[in-house]
Design a protein around this ligand. Structure first.
Ligand code: TRP
Length: 455
């Protein structure tokens, strides 16, 4: 058990809204705004959305509750929290995998986040004007292949992330997410309104909301589960770390539900903002990862006030990415500072420098290091693949096994009910899911993605 001194000296979130803003800030990111629309677009639109929402509720929320229970019980970084609950066991390895996953995700995520900064400047200076889709495609590819610019933007982004993390939980993460999340919501709302008022918006909305079940295949189901994990920030201890700073009064179950609702709402709003525009301007909804960086600028430059809406959009993307990267960096910083017994400042500097070095390799893999292949994949792709398809599902699987079979019913129930103060009529269902349903479902995506390279 942590001593009173540990508890007193550890920083904490100061308010309920701060907790929701930080956790939702971690969840809402490039995964919602950049990835969700194109994955949904490639997998049948409305049908994908339904399967996705089903997984968020039935598997995502229980896994999130499990991470919250571990973190708040442990009151330590993701590695040590397991040791507090199960002393002398090897479960802490989940936390170490989490630190590795944080490194990998941050490396490629900060690369894309850096592109959003370049695109803020391009839109604000109205450089999209008059470009054909081919021009936009060419300028995007030239930009990401440049040996310097994307690296500089990536480093700028990492420094921003580090500055917030350095300031601590209450004065850094909580303060900025409380400010940035409402701004993000407002910006998305503005763009949704712009998009649904375009001529031809109806078709886009129908694509998103009218499910065509003939499009649901095994692949749709597996992609939807993978997307739910990534989007909710599950499987690598980000939420274990955050919840270790939650107050003992926080209702973990309702927090998990609220964060999942906020995350899904923003993903749906991202769809509402993107698909009507895509249809109104006659673009394929399944145009893949470039949807945001090539297709949308094409759309913005055809609409009145496009430069303004384009700038708003890329600011929004950068803000969403920033509140996610801080949660990833915090996993590493909490672990380094508590385990290596160094100051938070030193831990942040070491973690940021180390992540940035790896990140530079990821970014350069679109240019000078384009021919470096590991198992046939570029450095960027191998980092994304290993983290998203192996480490996250494996971490998630071990987390539910730990909570379902090892941590014991009593500890879990005590955390979820705040020592019996809250009612938990859902508890038997929760137990059943973490013991049986979630492990089987997660094992299925893991096996699929490792052996068939599917996700
Ligand atoms: N959830 C974020 C997104 O949707 C990304 C992210 C932040 C993440 N922290 C994470 C993903 C931890 C997996 C694990 O963009």
């Amino acid at each position: 058990m942590p001593t009173t001194k540990d508890l007193v000296s550890r920083d904490n979130f100061g308010s309920k809204f701060g907790i929701i803003a930080a956790a939702a800030g971690s969840a809402v990111g490039l995964g919602n705004i950049w990835k969700f629309p194109y994955v949904a677009g490639e997998n049948g639109g409305g049908a994908f959305l339904l399967v996705y929402l089903f997984f968020v509720l039935v598997i995502g929320v229980p896994v999130m509750m499990s991470e919250f229970a571990i973190g708040r019980r442990g009151q330590k970084n993701a590695f040590r929290s397991f040791g507090v609950i199960a002393p002398g066991t090897k479960w802490g390895v989940i936390g170490i995998m989490g630190v590795v996953a944080a490194f990998f995700i941050l490396a490629f995520y900060s690369s894309v986040a850096g592109w959003t900064l370049e695109y803020i400047v391009i839109s604000a200076t109205n450089k999209f004007a008059g470009q054909t889709p081919q021009d936009l495609n060419a300028s995007f590819n030239t930009f990401i292949a440049n040996p310097l610019r994307p690296v500089i933007w990536q480093l700028v982004f990492m420094v921003l992330t580090a500055l917030i993390v350095l300031a601590g939980i209450k004065k850094g993460i909580e303060k900025y997410t409380k400010l940035l999340m409402p701004i993000l919501f407002l910006l998305i709302l503005i763009l949704c309104i712009r998009s649904v008022t375009l001529d031809g918006a109806k078709e886009g909305l129908a694509f998103l909301f009218k499910p065509d079940f003939s499009k649901v295949t095994g692949k749709t189901i597996l992609y939807a589960l993978g997307q739910a994990f990534f989007s909710l920030s599950l499987g690598m201890g980000a939420l274990i770390t955050y919840s270790s700073y939650f107050s003992k009064k926080e209702n973990l179950a309702s927090t998990a539900v609220q964060v999942a609702l906020a995350d899904s709402l923003i993903a749906i709003m991202a769809g509402i903002m993107i698909f009507p525009a895509v249809f109104a301007f006659g673009i394929e909804p399944s145009s893949g990862p470039s949807l945001v960086f090539i297709t949308l600028p094409g759309i913005f430059q055809q609409m009145p006030g496009g430069s303004v809406f384009g700038t708003i959009f890329f600011i929004l993307l950068a803000v969403a990415a920033l509140t996610s990267t801080i949660s990833l960096l915090e996993v590493v910083v909490a672990c380094f500072s508590e385990e290596l017994k160094i100051s938070r400042k030193k831990a942040t500097v070491i973690a940021t420098v180390a992540v940035s070095i790896l990140g530079i390799f990821a970014t350069l893999s679109f240019g000078p290091l384009e021919n470096v292949k590991i198992f046939g994949m570029s450095i960027f792709d191998i980092l994304d693949y290993t983290a998203s398809n192996v480490l996250l599902p494996l971490g998630g699987l071990l987390i539910v096994l730990f909570v379902g079979w090892f941590a014991g019913r009593k500890i879990t129930k005590s955390e979820l009910t705040n020592k019996g103060k809250l009612k938990a009529t859902y508890f038997p269902y929760f137990r059943f899911i973490v013991k049986f349903i979630a492990p089987v479902a997660i094992a299925a995506i893991l096996i699929y993605s490792i052996f068939w390279g599917g996700l």
